[in-house]
Ligand binder design. Structure first.
Ligand code: ZN
Length: 156
C-alpha cells in the first residue's frame, strides 16, 4: 500500500496516541463491531454532555488504520450535535467510497483527509469504516438520532 508519507504519519500518530481511547462509564449506547477480513475489533460508546453534545469513547484492537480511524472519528465528532455528527459521518463515508478520487474537505474532515489514500484499497476501506459503523450503531442504540423533520407518525 502506498500512501503519501504525510498521510501515513497522521495515521500512525493517531494509532500511537489515540484520542478518546477507553470506555465511557455511563454510555447511552454502545456497539461492538468486528471486521473479519482483517481481524479488527472495536467497541464504541456514546453519551451526551449537559449541552447535548456528543461524548465518545472507544476500545479495540486491530490494524493501524482501524484504530487510527477510531481516534480521528472521536476527534471529529466529539462535542458535535447530532446533525453535525451525521454530516461529518456522511462526508467520511463519501471519501471512503470515492476510490481515491475524492477531494476531501479538510474543514469538515480534519485529519480524516489522511484516509483519502486508503480509499483506493477496498479491503482497507472496511478497516477505516469500522469505527464509524460502530458509532452509527451506538448512536441508534442510545437513541441519539436526528429528529424526523416530517410530520408522519413513527409507526415502525
Ligand atoms: Zn484492519
Amino acid at each position: 500500500m502506498e500512501l503519501s508519507s504525510l498521510y501515513q504519519d497522521i495515521i500512525l500518530d493517531h494509532y500511537r496516541n489515540p484520542i478518546g481511547r477507553g470506555r465511557l462509564l455511563e454510555p447511552l449506547g454502545s456497539a461492538f463491531h468486528v471486521n473479519p477480513t482483517c481481524g479488527d475489533e472495536i467497541t464504541v460508546d456514546v453519551a451526551r454532555d449537559a449541552d447535548g453534545a456528543l461524548v465518545v469513547g472507544h476500545e479495540g484492537q486491530g490494524c493501524s488504520i482501524s484504530q487510527a480511524s477510531a481516534s480521528v472519528m472521536t476527534e471529529l465528532v466529539q462535542g458535535q450535535d447530532v446533525i453535525q455528527v451525521e454530516s461529518t459521518r456522511q462526508a467520511f463515508l463519501a471519501l471512503m467510497h470515492s476510490q481515491g478520487l475524492g477531494e476531501p474537505d479538510e474543514v469538515v474532515l480534519g485529519d480524516g483527509v489522511a484516509f483519502a489514500g486508503v480509499a483506493k484499497y477496498p479491503a482497507r476501506v472496511k478497516c477505516a469504516l469500522l469505527p464509524w459503523m460502530a458509532l452509527q450503531d451506538a448512536l441508534i442504540k442510545g437513541q441519539i438520532v436526528v429528529p424526523a423533520t416530517d410530520t408522519q407518525p413513527a409507526s415502525e
